[in-house]
Every structure is written in structure tokens, then in C-alpha cells.
Design a protein. Sequence first.
Length: 180
Amino acid sequence: MNEGGPGRGEREGRRGGGAGSDGTTSRRAALGRMSAAALAAMVGVELRPGTAAAVPVGEGSGAPAGPAATAYPVPAADGVTIDRDAQVILVRFQQRAYAFNLACPHENTALRWKERDGCFQCPRHESRYQPDGTFISGRATRNMDRLAIRRDGDRLVVDLDHLFRSDQQPQDWAAAAVPL
């Protein structure tokens, strides 16, 4: 996995049908089809569909959507996308989308997804959180901090200037989710 996440060019869609003038398939098209087949195979291997343990994680970057907003494609399935550049965790889980601050609310350490356990965990003091950001256990004293999120067609727009703490703004924190 690329630590810096894919570049913007890597997220661009495929152009053209991939067939050469002689009817052969181009290398780019063949690689694209193999990648799609590999992804489909991985999705089919989920051990417990509908559970947090089956949620895949990846890194990605959003696109600017205003002075303090970042847009992401609406995920097609449950999963976690970590955008280190914007310090955002985007989660689709059980027909809802959430955006979280990447930092643990306890000590501001970058949270990690523990696929085996189906939860987020702080590597510093082992605070654990459900995919919806709800605190499970550890030293933290509150849920993960949510960012304002809204749907705009086929994208989710995250407002980086509106962070909600569950202990100070419980109604705003609860409302910071998008039904899908």
C-alpha cells in the first residue's frame, strides 16, 4: 500500500475502450481489467459480510471542494478510506457515511483501523472505537471527533472547519452522518 496514498492521476477514470486499431486489447486496458478482477475477488472473500471485521481499509485523497472542504466519491460498499493529507477518515458502514478527524481525541495520535478486530485503535494508549466512531474502551474519554459531511450527487463533501466533539456538541455529533 502506498503510504502517501494514490496520486490524483491514479484516481482518474480509464479513457477509451482499450482496443487498438487492430482489435487487440491495450496493455492499459488489460491491466485495468485484471485489477478490477482482483478487487472483485477480494470483495468476495469477506469473512463476515455486514460486520465491522469485513470492512476493508485503504488510503486515498479527496478533491478540493471549497476553501475548507474536501470531496470524496460515495463509496460503493462498506469500507474505510484514510486521507492523510486532509487528516480525514471516511467511513461507509451499514448504509451510513461518516467523516472523522484522523487524530485520537485522547492524545492526537493518528488512529489505525484494526481489521482483525473491526475497530479503530489508537496505537499510543490503545483506545478503541466502533466504525461509527463510538468509544469502546481505553484511556480516551469520548467518541472520535466527527466532521460535518453532506452528500452532493455522487460525492461526499467533508467540511474541514466543522469538527464535532460528542461531549460538547452531542446533537451535532449524532447528526454528522449521511444515510446512503
